[in-house]
Design a protein around this ligand. Structure first.
Ligand SMILES: N[C@@H](CCC(=O)N[C@@H](CS)C(=O)NCC(=O)O)C(=O)O
Length: 122
């Protein structure tokens, strides 16, 4: 079972590597505004998790410069996710607002929908 999971993970990473999404190009002003909004976001994820790959591909396609944190191998990020987010499930988007309130958003579909709405993506 562990081997099958490992194998499927490698397969997903290979397909992801061979079929990179094309990043949207924006005028510098619009991109700067989006970068400012995403500066306080970070994605807790596993490298070979298919749901995480889906979200990372979305970042790439939409040219979103969001920090990616390895919640499998990095003990600090793993603990943060479990203790502060509430569960050890990835992907999870950590969102900090101007008042330093933090929201932990789970579920790949909800993350993508949130980014579209919040950043006004097309
Ligand atoms: N419905 C969730 C599924 C996420 C999910 O199943 N993630 C797995 C990794 S692929 C996970 O976090 N498992 C917990 C663990 O391995 O500790 C989504 O779309 O984000």
């Amino acid at each position: 079972m562990k081997f099958i999971r490992w194998f499927l993970g490698r397969l997903i990473l290979t397909i992801n590597f061979l079929t990179p999404p094309r990043a949207v190009e924006r005028d510098p002003g619009t991109q700067k505004a989006i970068d400012a909004k995403t500066a306080k976001m970070s994605l807790y994820q596993f490298e070979a998790c298919p749901f995480c790959v889906k979200v990372r591909r979305h970042f790439k396609r939409q040219a979103l410069n969001i920090e990616v944190r390895d919640a499998k191998n990095n003990a600090v990020f793993k603990d943060e996710l479990t203790q502060k987010g509430g569960k050890h499930q990835v992907p999870c988007l950590r969102i900090e607002d101007e008042q330093k309130n933090v929201k932990w958003l789970y579920e790949s579909k909800d993350i993508i929908t949130y980014l579209h709405t919040e950043l006004g993506l097309t």
